[in-house]
Design a protein around this ligand. Structure first.
Ligand code: B12
Ligand code: SF4
Length: 491
């Protein structure tokens, strides 16, 4: 039995999916073939046709689900014998996608052991209807809805993530590696998936868990040997545990030393942490600023932090020589263009190296979605746009009584990163946002984001390597190189 993990736009993707990597490691440990493949119907049909029994394993966020369901449906029509399973954030919150054509089973929550059991049972020809965490469609069409098992208590017992699965599938060498050292977050921000996850797992074990520093170091040594130049820690709150951070900083500096980035929260940034991580090689910290207006930030988004905490943390981070990237959200329900402008102002005070900015995507079933829906600002029919956006949309999904207000907010979104890079533009930006929406603003947005990510948020060599890799030239040249180097099973 082989497991294929389809990934959208694989030839341009430069990130790996840690959830897929850890499940894949477990499957390979148990002798199953597991590989990442391009998520297109033509490519999948070809691959499925020339192999044995196959499980298509889709790892889906809301922004990708529509596309994945469509491709899966097309493949299943030609190859009904293939078994299609879905997992990841969207299926976890919407196991109802089991009703969609071509979906055989949906995994709710953590997928390591559920997936292993599913693959073992399918290859042995045993029934799968009763497997925990799974919603399974039976032969007669009945849907079996099984409860989730407890959360994995000790993350050190999981195998090291299978970075090879992405390296083999991607056309050129990858520059940066994504690593996760913990699961869970103590906060309940209304737009984030954590409060929903908590509800699913209430009474099913400790929510916040962390791998030991030594377990993480083993993974990092492999990554270093693999030739990566940058490590991107994507834990929800990397500096949550002060003692862990101290041990990590000392060992990382000694054993790894590659530049890295991590995600932090203003109220956890201390002088000591910033200094320790800077000495260890921290190149960038990404910090949620989210909203400049206190009411929006604390009452609506439930961020639980003051302006002063944000300003102090920014000073500590940049003072330690670490690059600062802020994460911001515009078009928040209950807000306006003027509150979005306050967000820009707070960024100008913090002086980040780059400001990433999104128009709020109120993902269904989150508290912010319910808040907006109760006020008639969003409805089920608006979900379609989010389910097919492939990332942050350029349009605000909220409904507006006044189209001018929507235009102001959307235009500010496009000009935001550039204005933070060049603060003297602020008076001009305030005038420009009144113009009709136009393609030039979209272009300015794309160019300033690309510049900010590749040259301000990453070391220039990594940023350039990624840009090259995504370019036509890089893809053509790199593909040849990988063909020569990759083992036959990966082609
Ligand atoms: C790392 C990360 C990324 C990485 C990797 C994405 C990925 N698909 O793995 C990158 C940088 C590419 C990324 C991009 C985006 N991300 Co992101 N990201 C995260 C982050 C911080 C950690 C994810 C992670 O690795 N967790 C650890 C692993 C072990 O958990 P996991 O991924 O959930 O996987 C487990 C289970 O879900 C399950 N599982 C997962 N897939 C499958 C598949 C099968 C078949 C099975 C059985 C089980 C299974 O088993 C896994 C192991 O237990 C999460 C927040 C979070 N804490 O989860 C946001 C998060 C997943 N991202 C989010 C978003 C919105 C995005 C983007 C849309 C943003 C954008 N502007 O483009 C894109 C989508 C890109 C994409 N194709 O997925 C949202 C998704 C919300 C939603 N409802 O969909 C999250 C939840 C954050 C949030 N705000 O709430 N992201
Ligand atoms: S602090 Fe970050 S990860 Fe934690 S709940 Fe808030 S947004 Fe989510």
């Amino acid at each position: 039995m082989r497991v294929l993990w389809p990934v959208h736009n694989l030839e341009k993707e430069y990130n790996q999916y840690p959830g897929v990597m850890v499940i894949s490691a477990l499957l390979r440990e148990h002798g199953f073939e597991s590989r990442v493949v391009p998520a297109s119907a033509e490519a999948l049909n070809r691959t499925v046709a020339d192999g044995g029994p196959t499980i298509l394993a889709w790892s889906a966020t809301t922004a990708y689900i529509r596309h994945y369901l469509e491709v899966n449906r097309a493949v299943k029509r030609d190859h009904p014998e293939t078994w299609s399973v879905f997992g990841g954030p969207h299926p976890t919150f919407f196991p109802e996608i089991i009703e969609k054509e071509g979906v055989d089973a949906v995994c709710v929550g953590e997928g390591e052991h559920p997936m292993l059991e599913m693959v073992q049972a399918r290859s042995a020809g045993e029934p799968v209807q009763g497997l925990r965490n799974w919603w399974v469609r039976g032969a007669d069409g009945t849907v079996h809805k099984n409860p989730v098992r407890p959360l994995i208590e000790d993350l050190d017992r999981l195998p090291r993530p299978d970075h090879e699965i992405f390296r083999r599938a991607m056309p050129t060498e990858l520059a940066q590696a994504i690593v996760i050292t913990s699961r869970g977050c103590p906060y309940r921000c209304t737009y984030c998936y954590n409060h929903l996850y908590r509800q699913i797992y209430r009474g099913k074990g400790k929510f916040i868990r962390r791998r030991s520093v030594d377990h993480v170091m083993e993974e990092l040594r492999e990554i270093k040997d693999g030739g990566y130049t940058f490590i991107r820690f994507m834990d929800d709150l990397f500096i949550l545990h002060a003692e862990w951070t101290r041990e990590f900083a000392a060992k990382y500096r000694e054993q790894i030393g590659l530049p890295f980035s991590c995600l932090v929260r203003a109220n956890y940034v201390t002088e000591e942490t910033a200094r320790l991580l800077a000495d260890a090689g921290c190149h960038r910290m990404t910090m949620g600023l989210e909203a400049g207006n206190d009411r929006l930030r604390n009452e609506i988004l439930k961020r639980n932090m003051s302006r002063q905490q944000i300003i102090d943390a920014a000073r500590l981070i940049t003072g330690a020589g670490i690059r600062l990237v802020t994460a911001n959200i515009l078009a928040i329900p209950g807000g306006s263009f003027e509150t979005d402008w306050e967000t820009l102002q707070l960024n100008l005070q913090c002086r980040p190296h780059f400001a990433s900015v999104a128009v709020l995507q109120p993902y269904p079933r989150t508290d912010i979605y319910n808040f907006a829906a109760e006020r008639g600002l969003v409805g089920d029919e608006d979900l379609a746009a989010m389910e097919g956006s492939f990332g942050f949309g350029l349009e605000a999904p909220l409904r507006y009584d006044d189209p001018r207000e929507k235009r102001l907010q959307e235009n500010l979104h496009k000009l935001f990163p550039l204005t933070v890079l060049l603060p003297w533009l602020a008076p001009l930006t305030r005038r420009l946002v009144k113009l009709p929406s136009n393609r030039l603003f979209n272009l300015v947005y794309k160019l300033s984001v690309s510049f900010g990510i590749h040259f301000r948020a990453m070391p220039a060599s990594t940023g350039l390597a990624i840009l090259y890799r995504r370019s036509r030239l890089g893809r053509r040249f790199g593909r040849r190189r990988t063909r020569e180097a990759a083992p036959a099973e990966a082609r």
